[in-house]
Design a protein around this ligand. Sequence first.
Ligand code: HEC
Length: 107
Amino acid sequence: MKSMTRLLSSVAIACLLSAAAHAQNNGATLFQSNCVMCHGADGKGSTPTGQALKVANLHSPEIVKMSDADLANVISKGKKSMPAFGSRLSPPQVEALVSYIRTLQKQ
Ligand code: HEC
């Protein structure tokens, strides 16, 4: 009985881990396909398009300081040359991007 409990809890943990890994990949994939051309893979905006448009460096203290809700808002509604993604991405996709930006900011 004890080993059954242990088996079940390791299955539960494996599921949780794969769900977390999936959300993470999702954010990374979304960033890669929608944001990298301007913001660069590292989010610093050093791509030629990024420099031409004066993109924000996602590592800057002002952006690190913004709340998740503010980031989600900019991603959905856009800001100056930053396109609005609200019609192309679902709210969970925007959330995945916000958490991916947080991951980038820690690097
Ligand atoms: C066409 C180029 C372009 C693309 C594509 C783009 N951005 Fe931006 N982004 C910008 C520019 C330009 C700014 C600076 C806006 C400004 O002048 O304040 C910016 C700013 C931002 C900011 C900071 C906003 C602020 O209030 O300072 C965030 C966060 C951001 N982008 C996230 C993203 C994410 C996530 C994606 C992909 C879904 C993305 N961007 C795609 C050009 C782009």
